[in-house]
Design a protein around this ligand. Structure first.
Ligand SMILES: Cc1cc2nc3c(=O)[nH]c(=O)nc-3n(C[C@H](O)[C@H](O)[C@H](O)COP(=O)(O)O)c2cc1C
Length: 319
């Protein structure tokens, strides 16, 4: 049976299958089930600074807020034997560091910073936004002892250059990619439809491509989030360089115990390829084999376009 252990943010995990930040972490029983089925770590839903500021103005009876979040960290740390990673989404530099310290003090094994910033103004260049984000990460890294990983969007001119800067300021990991909220429009009501749709595996290739670009040079840990719905999807991400895959939609749809099915699939695939461990295959399909990733990219692009669509339009049978 293949070895599934992996390293992530300097921690040893029993499995690369990690519960992603999502409402699942509100439910201690669900988290217990995911860990019993083989999850290697758990990321909590994000603590949003705006919620806390509003809370100061008008205390809310709901489970949201800083104290319930800190209690959830403490409780999960006692309940499960895997790392519990807190997720923070701040707005002000002071807020990011203050709350990061609170999460660490409550026992978080590591922090994931959920960088969610939409470039919505023509007044600010991409470079300005990126400098601000790197400053935030740098400040948080200096404020806490635990490892810090950063969940980023795909919308940077150069994801590799941005990741290099995160590495330089001390981030121990990066997760590609968070899924931006993409509201639809109802043509009947002329309203914005704000429902969050679950992901599909069609979202995975964007992540695989980024991982393959990052893995040859990145010294930090790589996490894959978005479109991992099976053990075979996890295997693809690991081949491209992921240390962990983070699972949200698949567990919300199929239940936390589905981690066990994915674990079996992943180890079955490794066995079928006569591979003894995840670590042994990690990054095998990264871009490390070529000195000129840019030229290789262009070659792949032109080849793909020249090949055209396969018979049937390229859709999977029944899809
Ligand atoms: C209902 C829901 C809530 C989420 N809440 C958070 C959150 O609080 N913080 C965060 O960083 N990501 C959050 N995410 C994003 C997931 O962690 C994950 O990055 C994204 O859904 C892509 O992974 P998936 O394809 O496995 O769903 C949420 C996703 C869903 C579906």
């Amino acid at each position: 049976m293949a070895e599934l252990t992996t390293s992530w943010l300097g921690m040893r995990l029993e499995s690369p299958l990690v519960v992603a930040a999502s409402p699942l972490s509100h439910d201690a029983e669900a988290i217990g089930a995911a860990v019993a089925a083989g999850a290697g770590a758990v990321v909590l839903y994000s603590l949003f600074e705006e919620d806390l500021t509003e809370e100061l103005a008008a205390p809310r009876p709901s489970g949201a807020g800083l104290d319930p979040y800190l209690r959830q960290i403490e409780m999960l740390r006692q309940q499960v034997a895997v790392p519990v990673v807190a997720s923070l989404n701040g707005t002000t530099p002071g807020g990011w560091t203050k709350y990061a310290r609170s999460l660490e003090a409550a026992g978080a094994s590591a922090l994931e910073l959920n960088l969610y910033e939409v470039a919505a103004s023509p007044e600010h260049s991409g470079a300005e936004l990126e400098f601000r984000q790197v400053d935030v990460v740098s400040a948080v890294v200096s404020a806490v002892e635990v490892p810090v990983t950063v969940k980023i969007s795909p919308f940077y001119s150069s994801v590799p250059a941005f990741v290099r800067r995160l590495e330089e300021v001390g981030a121990r990991g990066v997760t590609v990619f968070n899924r931006f909220y993409q509201p639809d429009i109802s043509l009947d009501t002329l309203q914005v439809d704000r429902r969050v749709a679950p992901s599909t595996p069609a979202e995975l290739p964007l992540r695989l491509h980024a991982l393959a670009l990052l893995s040859p040079f990145a010294k930090l840990s790589l996490g894959c989030s978005g479109g991992v719905h099976s053990g075979r999807d996890a295997a693809k991400a690991i081949l491209c360089g992921a240390h962990v895959v983070q699972l949200a939609s698949v567990l919300l749809e199929r239940g936390p115990g589905y981690v066990g099915v994915m674990r079996e699939e992943l180890s079955g695939w490794l066995d079928s390829k006569k591979m003894v461990s995840c670590e042994g295959v990690r990054g095998k399909l990264g871009f490390g084999f070529t000195a000129d990733a840019h030229a290789w990219e262009r070659l792949n692009y032109t080849r793909t376009l020249h090949a055209g669509l396969p018979p049937g339009g390229g859709r999977p049978a029944g899809g």
